[in-house]
Design a protein around this ligand. Structure first.
Ligand SMILES: [Cu+2]
Length: 272
C-alpha cells in the first residue's frame, strides 16, 4: 500500500488579510477604531467619510455606465425641423427645394423611384428633388408627343419622341441641377434637383416643409428654386435639433420672385 503523503500548499492566511483590510478601513479619514468596534456600528458622521472614500471606484464605474446609457438614449432621440420660406411680403413660397445635411453623418437617404410626369404641356411636378442614385420615370400623359431632353452636366439625355411610357426610367447618379426641356414645346421646362443630402423635400403651397424625426445634431439647411433670385449664400441656415422641441427655420427672401423660372433649357445645345 502506497504511503499517504501529506501535500501542503502555501496559501495566504485569510485571517491575516482580513486583519490588514480591517486595519486599512480603520485608517480611513484618520479614524481610529477600537479592536472590538465594527464599521457598521460607526456613528453617522464617521460613516459618511467611509462611504465617500471606500466605494469611490464603484461610484465612478456606476457614473460611467450611466453616462454611456445616457449617451445611448440621447443618440436615439429625434425631433422635427419645420422650414418656412416666405417672400419679401411674408407670403409662403411653394416648390422650393429644401435639403438638410447633418454636420455629422447620421444616415443615408432612402431612395425610392420617382416620376416626372408630363400633363397639359407641362412637367409635373415642375420641380422634383431626388437623392443621388434615384431612378425617374418620364411618362407622357398628354395626347401629343414630347421629346424630353437635358444638356445639364449632372445628367445629359434625350428621350425620342413619344407618348405613354415607352422609355425605361433614367437613373440620376450625380448631384446637381438637371434642367429639362421638350424639343417640340419650348414652353415646357422642368427641374430635377439631384442631391446627396440625406433629407430633402419641396415646400407646400403655403411655403412650409416638415422634416420628421431627425436625429439630434446640427444641420445645414439649404434652399433652391428656379424662381428665387436671392443669392444662394443667403439661403443657407444652420439649425440644431435637440431631440425634444421642434426646430423652426424661417427664411424670408429679400428680392422679388422671378416671373419666369431660371435657368432655361438651352435649345442651342441640340445637334440636328
Ligand atoms: Cu413637348
Amino acid at each position: 500500500m502506497a504511503p499517504i503523503v501529506a501535500v501542503t500548499t502555501k496559501v495566504p492566511n485569510p485571517s491575516t488579510n482580513a486583519g490588514k483590510r480591517l486595519r486599512k478601513l480603520r485608517r480611513v479619514n484618520g479614524m481610529r477604531l477600537n479592536p472590538g468596534q465594527s464599521i457598521c456600528c460607526l456613528p453617522w458622521g464617521s460613516r459618511r467619510g467611509f462611504e465617500t472614500q471606500v466605494p469611490l471606484r464603484r461610484r465612478l464605474i456606476a457614473m460611467c455606465v450611466a453616462l454611456v446609457c445616457l449617451a445611448g438614449a440621447f443618440s436615439g432621440m429625434a425631433a422635427d425641423i419645420s422650414v418656412m420660406v416666405v417672400d419679401r411680403h411674408g407670403r409662403g413660397v411653394e416648390e422650393v427645394v429644401v435639403t438638410a445635411t447633418p454636420a455629422v453623418a447620421n444616415g443615408v437617404p432612402k431612395l425610392k423611384p420617382a416620376v416626372m410626369d408630363q400633363r397639359s404641356l407641362a412637367f409635373a411636378p415642375r420641380v422634383l428633388v431626388v437623392g443621388v442614385g434615384t431612378s425617374v420615370e418620364f411618362p407622357n400623359n398628354d395626347a401629343v408627343s414630347h421629346q424630353v431632353y437635358s444638356f445639364s452636366d449632372a445628367k445629359r439625355f434625350q428621350l425620342p419622341l413619344y407618348k405613354g411610357k415607352p422609355h425605361p426610367p433614367i437613373t440620376f447618379d450625380r448631384a446637381g441641377l438637371v434642367v429639362l426641356g421638350c424639343n417640340i414645346h419650348d414652353a415646357m421646362v422642368g427641374y430635377i434637383y439631384v442631391t446627396d443630402a440625406p433629407y430633402f423635400g419641396t415646400t407646400e403651397p403655403g411655403g412650409s416643409l416638415e422634416f420628421k424625426d431627425l436625429p439630434v445634431g446640427d444641420y445645414r439647411i439649404a434652399l433652391w428654386s428656379p424662381f428665387i433670385a436671392d443669392a444662394s449664400s443667403s439661403l443657407i441656415r444652420t439649425v440644431h435639433v435637440d431631440g425634444v422641441a421642434r426646430t423652426i427655420a424661417r427664411v424670408q427672401l429679400s428680392l422679388a420672385l422671378r416671373a419666369q423660372p431660371e435657368p432655361r433649357p438651352r435649345r442651342s445645345d441640340w445637334t440636328y
